[in-house]
Design a protein around this ligand. Structure first.
Ligand SMILES: Cc1cc2nc3c(=O)[nH]c(=O)nc-3n(C[C@H](O)[C@H](O)[C@H](O)COP(=O)(O)O)c2cc1C
Length: 361
């Protein structure tokens, strides 16, 4: 059993997996279900001064991802204060309360939610790409309350500049990233946009977002030392491990929790534990930032280096052969045979081999 508990910005978490702000924390009972499902902390749906008026429809599953135009909570903050946060607090888990958006909004909201908050998370989703409104919102939160303040970045910013500005403004941690957009989806059967927003725009989340989210976390980790909660396309334990390896201390999950229910948190935790055990790691601390450290060690090569092929391990499935555009690998008598002369060293076969018979370090 690997050590999965984590300290982040002064919060003690039993494990590093939590809901990302959104439908998994839309009310008190939902937040309770996240705790029962195995989350290490609770993050509530973003509230602002006025309830949102979200268009209908506002969520759609698409191949490889998910679109939403859900905005912030349609429930008033008064209801969260009177009913929802007290229920969430009964879980005993750290409660991170998500607020939006401007400095004025935060000055109003932060002291009102403070009695329930172990930390605040400030959404920057609707305040543009200029860091100034974010900086002002962080300063407003820090002036208003004494709990840690996380700032959640959207992926269309200059992540390094935004992260540095956030840290300088006093943020205690960064959540990266929010959904990406605007994007579009069409239902060809009706000829209508999938999203009911005025222009049909929606924001992308789920697996399609993960490579972008990883790059964002990586950039943030390289530009600040404050802790990061990595969010974007996490569906399983190995996804979460990837985020830790590029510098996150904990992870948030939204789309997978919508699609598979709140038990997904515990499943991801169990998968992380199994992965760490099977790879000989005793704690998540051992893998945090590993990919950043290896990047510094890696030689930058432009020569065509072929992969190593372990013939014993090869099952002759032929996946490498079918996608080798250089015609450098063929399955002969149920074993892959690699032409080192023809190989262009692209590495695709390494990522397609289901048994890791091909490796390229
Ligand atoms: C339906 C939906 C509603 C969301 N609402 C919020 C929100 O209120 N506040 C916020 O900061 N992020 C919100 N998000 C963004 C998620 O917290 C998360 O950053 C994003 O979806 C990427 O993570 P995922 O791929 O695990 O979903 C929402 C996402 C979805 C899909």
């Amino acid at each position: 059993m690997a050590q999965l508990d984590v300290q982040i910005a002064g919060l003690s978490l039993r494990n590093p997996v939590m809901p990302a702000a959104g439908p998994p924390g839309w009310n008190g009972d939902a937040m309770g279900a996240c705790a029962e499902g195995g989350a290490g902390a609770i993050v509530s749906k973003t509230v602002s001064v006025l309830p949102a008026q979200a268009p209908t429809p506002n969520m759609a599953q698409i191949p490889g991802g998910f679109l939403n135009t859900e905005l912030w909570s349609e429930l008033p903050v008064e209801q969260f204060i009177a009913q929802e946060y007290p229920v969430a607090r009964k879980t005993g888990l750290p409660l991170i309360i998500s607020l939006g958006y401007t400095a004025g909004d935060i000055t109003d909201l932060a002291p009102r939610v403070r009695p329930f908050a172990d930390a605040l998370e400030l959404s920057t989703h609707y305040i543009g790409d200029d860091p100034s409104p974010m900086v002002q919102a962080i300063q407003a939160a820090k002036a208003a309350v004494d709990v840690p303040v996380f700032v959640k970045l959207s992926p269309f910013r200059d992540m390094r500049a935004a992260a540095q500005a956030a840290a300088e403004a006093g943020a205690d941690g960064i959540v990266a990233v929010n959904s990406f957009g605007p994007c579009l989806g069409v239902d060809v059967e009706t000829g209508r946009m999938l999203m009911g927003s005025r222009d049909g725009y929606g924001w992308l989340s789920g697996p399609a977002l993960k490579p972008l989210a990883l790059r964002c976390v990586f950039d943030v980790a390289r530009s600040t030392s404050i802790p990061i909660i990595g969010v974007g396309g996490i569906s399983n334990g190995v996804d979460a491990i990837e985020f830790l390896m590029v510098g996150a201390s904990a992870v948030g999950v939204c789309t997978a929790a919508i699609l598979r229910g709140p038990q997904v948190f515990g499943k991801i935790v169990a998968e992380m534990n199994a992965w760490l055990d099977s790879h000989g790691y005793a704690s998540i601390a051992e893998i945090r930032g590993l990919a950043l450290r290896h990047l510094d060690e890696r030689a930058f090569r432009t020569s065509h280096v072929p992969p190593d092929l372990d013939v014993e391990t090869c099952t002759g499935c032929g996946r490498c052969e079918v996608s080798c555009v250089y015609d450098a690998i063929h399955v002969v008598s149920k074993k892959a045979v690699l032409s080192r002369e023809r190989c262009a060293g692209c590495g695709l076969c390494v990522t397609r081999c289901p048994v890791r018979a091909l490796t390229l370090l």
